[in-house]
Structure formats: structure tokens, C-alpha cells
Design a protein around this ligand. Structure first.
Ligand SMILES: NC(=O)c1ccc[n+]([C@@H]2O[C@H](COP(=O)([O-])OP(=O)(O)OC[C@H]3O[C@@H](n4cnc5c(N)ncnc54)[C@H](OP(=O)(O)O)[C@@H]3O)[C@@H](O)[C@H]2O)c1
Length: 243
């Protein structure tokens, strides 16, 4: 169990982010939850608080630089340290390439990719201090299996997630020597609200569960300082077109 540790989780009001935030809280981290929609974020915050976890929340759009700066500053003011950063906020907008709008393109680039370097930049001083203290500062970047294999009709989403995987590799080259380790998570379909649109075709019980992602992040937390895992790919059995 970690104690006196702190974490930021983006996209923490739902799905993977909420599940990972709960695990981090249960392992003794003070956790700042970040998402855009206030009502949903407050409900997640109240749920975790009522479970006895030390949590805070900041309504912020990770696609907006000023919001990122404000969210990290709020975390710093509240807890003064950062051991785990989970860059998890993301959106997927399906469209055949001939029908792609610039708005869909920009929204996915800003939310899924542009946000990640900005969150690293703003968090760097606190992560560096944690890395110097215990050599096990961790940044988890939720990419996707679509960041390992290009997906038809999710081409822009795929491109953003390939970017997250590449950026994670670069961050390990730049920061792992400081005790700041980065891992890209690359899951296939996970049973969260994001995959509700698919549930007529793929049963939720045939999807990866958020508990699988939580187990992987818990494993990352248990690694010794000498071990970096740059990415984890989660596949569903059977393969096929719908990953
Ligand atoms: N579910 C899957 O099959 C799957 C597979 C591979 C990868 N992923 C990735 O996993 C991550 C989490 O997805 P999920 O499945 O847990 O989806 P989800 O349940 O829809 O959760 C998405 C979370 O991100 C937040 N969010 C979205 N845009 C944001 C923004 N601009 N700024 C701040 N927060 C934002 C949402 O809250 P607000 O909308 O209120 O901001 C929500 O908390 C995403 O990066 C997704 O691409 C999901």
C-alpha cells in the first residue's frame, strides 16, 4: 500500500478513469478527478468520497490549455505532490473519411493527443520530485488497440492513439532516468459507456472489463524502480474485425 501519495486521473467521472481512480484511492493515494461535465463528475466524486477515499475534483476540458494549467495547479494546491498521473480522458467519433468534419478532427486531436503533452508539462515538477524521492513516479496514458492497428471509420481516433503510444515511448527516453515511468494502455473494447453504441453487436460480458485495466495499473504500481513497461496491449479472445 502506498501512503501519502497523490494522483491525477483525467476522464475520471466514468468508465476506465473512475475505476482506476477508485483503485488509486484504495491504495492510499489522494486523487484529483478531472472531467468536463460537472454533474457527472460530482456524482463520481461523492461516490468515492462516501467510500472513504481522499478525493478532490476539478471540472476541466483537457483539450483546453488554460483548463489543464488550472487543474494541475488545483491538485498542487490541495496535495502538494504527484506520484501518479493518469492521462485517460478521450473521445472517439466514428466517420468514413469522406464525411470527416474539421470539428470532429480537432476535437479528437485536442482531447486524445494534444492534452497529453500539456499534462506532462504542467505536472513535470511534481513528478520529478516524486521520481527523485522513490524512483517510481508513474504516468499511465490510456491509448487503445486502435493505437496499434489502424481502424476503419475510426481513422482519426486511431491516429490520435498511435500518437499517444509514440509520445509515451518518447517520454520514457526523456524522463525514465529521472524515475518517471510511462506506460501506454492499449485495450480493445472495454465495457464502459463509450462502447454502449456497440452493445447490440458485442455483449458487454464479451468485452474487456474495467477491472482488467485496473489490475494492469495496479501491477504497474507494484514494479520495482528498475523496470519500465512501455505499453500493455489488451486483446479480446477470438480476434475478428471488432477488436
Ligand atoms: N471503452 C473502450 O472500449 C476503450 C478502448 C480503448 C481505449 N479507450 C480509451 O479509454 C479512455 C476512457 O474511456 P472510457 O471507455 O472509460 O469512456 P467513458 O466512460 O466515456 O469516459 C470518458 C471520460 O473522459 C471524460 N472526458 C471526455 N472528454 C474530455 C475532455 N475534453 N476533458 C476532460 N475529460 C474528458 C468524460 O467526462 P466528460 O465527458 O464529462 O468530460 C469521462 O469521464 C479514453 O481515452 C478512450 O479512448 C476506451
Amino acid at each position: 500500500m502506498e501512503s501519502n501519495r497523490a494522483a491525477i486521473v483525467t476522464g475520471a467521472s466514468s468508465g476506465i478513469g473512475l475505476a482506476v481512480a477508485r483503485m488509486l484511492g484504495e491504495r492510499g493515494h489522494a486523487v484529483t478527478l478531472v472531467a468536463r461535465r460537472a454533474k457527472k463528475l460530482e456524482a463520481a466524486y461523492e461516490q468515492l468520497r462516501d467510500e472513504g477515499l481522499e478525493v478532490g475534483h476539478v471540472g476541466a476540458d483537457v483539450g483546453d490549455e488554460a483548463d489543464v494549467v488550472r487543474a494541475v495547479a488545483a491538485h498542487r494546491d490541495a496535495y502538494g505532490r504527484l506520484d501518479v498521473l493518469v492521462n485517460n480522458a478521450g473521445i472517439g467519433m466514428g466517420a468514413p473519411i469522406g464525411e470527416l468534419s474539421a470539428k470532429q478532427l480537432d476535437l479528437q486531436l485536442a482531447t486524445n493527443l494534444r492534452s497529453v503533452p500539456l499534462l506532462y508539462r504542467e505536472s513535470l515538477a511534481m513528478l520529478t520530485a516524486a521520481g527523485a524521492e522513490h524512483r517510481n513516479a508513474l504516468v499511465v496514458n490510456t491509448a487503445s488497440i486502435a493505437g496499434k492497428q489502424g481502424q476503419a471509420w475510426l481513422s482519426v481516433y486511431s491516429a490520435t492513439k498511435f500518437g499517444v503510444v509514440g509520445f509515451t515511448q518518447a517520454m520514457n527516453k526523456e524522463l525514465s532516468g529521472l524515475g518517471i515511468k510511462s506506460t501506454a494502455l492499449c485495450p480493445g473494447f472495454v465495457d464502459t459507456p463509450m462502447t454502449d453504441f456497440l452493445k447490440g453487436r458485442v455483449a458487454p460480458e464479451d468485452m474487456i472489463h474495467t477491472s482488467d485495466v485496473v489490475a494492469a495499473v495496479a501491477m504497474l504500481l507494484s514494479l520495482t524502480p528498475g523496470c519500465v513497461i512501455p505499453e500493455i496491449v489488451f486483446e479480446r479472445p477470438g480476434g475478428g474485425a471488432l477488436t
